[in-house]
Ligand binder design. Structure first.
Ligand SMILES: NC(=O)c1ccc[n+]([C@@H]2O[C@H](COP(=O)([O-])OP(=O)(O)OC[C@H]3O[C@@H](n4cnc5c(N)ncnc54)[C@H](O)[C@@H]3O)[C@@H](O)[C@H]2O)c1
Length: 449
């Protein structure tokens, strides 16, 4: 064992006293899942009046989950398409305030917090304006559309002193928490490599969303939509399937890699990679889109106080004939972990404590003394599963946000964390489109030449 490896393992073991006894070292082939629980009892100190900015698919889903938290009430909605405002009124009542101008939401004294779930090219400006107007803000991932935009949001969060959470909800899941706990307790030994995969195989999965029959310049405020980007004639595809176009979306890496970065950074306490390379192509969904449907990213993570140097590879495939899967895997010198939001599977390849020097030296002696035919040793694995009535990562992430708002406490994914998760995803696009390797200083959050 090298000294750096030993010191990483020792460090993580000593920082996780709750896991003393390391139960995964005691049994082999244990298939009975351990149940992961979330305590649901908390009190609603104050009522929080919430507004949705961008009341499309995710904005409405966010609002639904947020409203499950006692004391939280939707009082307003903003969207650039009339049909979405009508829908918001159907769900939350005719009396809610509706507008196509988000600044009217920010001017309202009865709004304490906003959900920002517009396409990516509006995230930065609305977040900054919301924070500076004194509103707490939950902004969907990726935090920004372009690598240059992060510092402005970080500055607004600091200056305003208001709560800001980025919406990579998996971060707050029981699965991520368990993975972090196991990683810090040394369950996989020294981290060597990680990989993540997001695969889909359907038109909707590949962003071919339906266009409403009444989509027109009468029902859509197109001028506002494009007011911060390239001027073009009204195009319903660019409005309703915005993910396919670079002016508004951030491709598969901004949409999906970013979730994997958030989870990974949370689990191993990382600030991010230093070297970013991406390749891929538009293989199948040739519907006029400007972004690839297959993307492969490779990333070098430097050694830090929290983790050793390791490599990461990420893939998105929207043409997956095996019908799709998603995972994040962390591979270490003593085992591996598959991490999902509701489940963690820990694979161990050694039944003895890797730190037990006595057992190791005894094994060496016995190997020399007797020639015994080696056996196929099954991987030891342990499954951790959320209990059946777990309300899920999305609920946990909103609960974390509103607890931050109520108690003026830290949230799990503030602007600095959100920018560090978004940056390597955005740099994948820059690497892919410019055919370059990108170098990034994750600590200073600056591009390197
Ligand atoms: N966390 C997750 O798992 C998750 C899942 C899906 C989407 N998202 C994120 O949520 C955001 C929205 O995605 P979606 O799938 O809901 O898209 P969507 O097209 O369904 O909804 C976006 C809505 O924003 C509105 N809009 C556009 N510009 C606006 C502006 N300037 N002001 C007010 N409203 C505006 C549109 O009219 C539309 O109704 C994206 O950033 C996306 O990355 C996150």
């Amino acid at each position: 064992m090298t000294s750096s490896r030993r010191s990483f393992i020792r460090k993580v073991v000593t920082t996780a006293p709750a896991l003393a006894g390391a139960p995964w070292l005691l049994s082999r082939g244990n298939q009975v899942p351990s149940v992961m629980r979330r305590n649901k009892s908390f009190s609603a100190n104050d009522n929080i009046q919430l507004a949705i900015i961008g009341a499309g698919g995710m904005g409405m889903e966010d609002a639904k989950i947020a409203s499950m938290i006692p004391g939280v009430k939707v009082v307003a909605a903003c969207d650039l398409y009339a049909g979405r405002l009508e829908r918001a009124m159907k769900v939350y009542g005719k009396e809610i305030f509706t507008t196509m101008d988000y600044r009217e939401i920010l001017d309202r004294r009865d709004v304490d917090a906003v959900i920002i779930a517009t396409p990516d090219h509006w995230h930065k400006q609305i977040s900054v304006d919301a924070l500076m107007a004194g509103k707490a803000a939950y902004c969907e991932k990726p935090m920004v559309h372009d690598i240059t935009e992060g510092p402005e949001v970080i500055k607004a969060q600091k200056k305003s002193g208001t709560t800001f959470q980025v919406g990579s909800q998996g971060m707050s899941s029981l699965g991520n928490e368990k993975a972090k706990e196991l990683y810090e307790a040394g369950a996989i030994g020294q981290l060597i490599y990680a990989e993540g995969f997001w695969a889909r195989n359907s038109p909707t999965g590949a962003w071919q969303y339906p266009i409403p029959d009444d989509a027109s310049e009468e029902t859509v405020d197109w001028d506002t939509y494009i007011s911060n980007t390239t001027k073009r004639k009204f195009d319903p595809l660019r409005f309703f399937r915005w993910r396919n176009y670079r002016d508004y979306g951030t491709g598969v890496s901004g949409d999906l890699f970013v979730h994997l970065f958030s989870s990974l950074h949370y689990i191993v306490s990382s600030m991010g990679p230093t070297k970013i390379m991406a390749t891929g192509g538009l293989r199948y969904w040739k519907d006029g889109r400007e972004v690839p449907d297959v993307l492969l990213g490779m990333f070098d993570y430097p050694e830090t106080r929290q983790h050793p140097a390791f490599n990461l590879s990420l893939r998105v495939n929207f043409v997956d004939g095996t019908s799709g899967s998603t995972f994040l895997k962390l591979v270490g010198s003593e085992g591996a972990m598959d991490v999902k939001w509701r489940e963690v599977v820990l694979y161990k390849n050694e039944a003895t404590d890797p730190l037990d020097a006595f057992a190791k030296s005894k094994k060496k002696e016995s190997d020399k003394a007797v020639l015994i035919r080696k056996k196929m040793v099954p991987l030891e694995n342990k499954v951790y599963q959320a209990e059946d009535d777990y309300w899920g990562a999305h609920y946990d992430h909103f609960n974390n946000f509103f607890t931050g708002v109520r108690n003026k406490a830290m949230v799990t994914e503030d602007a600095v964390f959100g920018y560090r998760a978004a940056a390597p995803a955005l740099l994948c696009n820059d690497s892919y489109f410019n055919n370059e390797i990108k170098y990034w200083d994750p600590k200073k959050m600056k591009l390197e030449s």
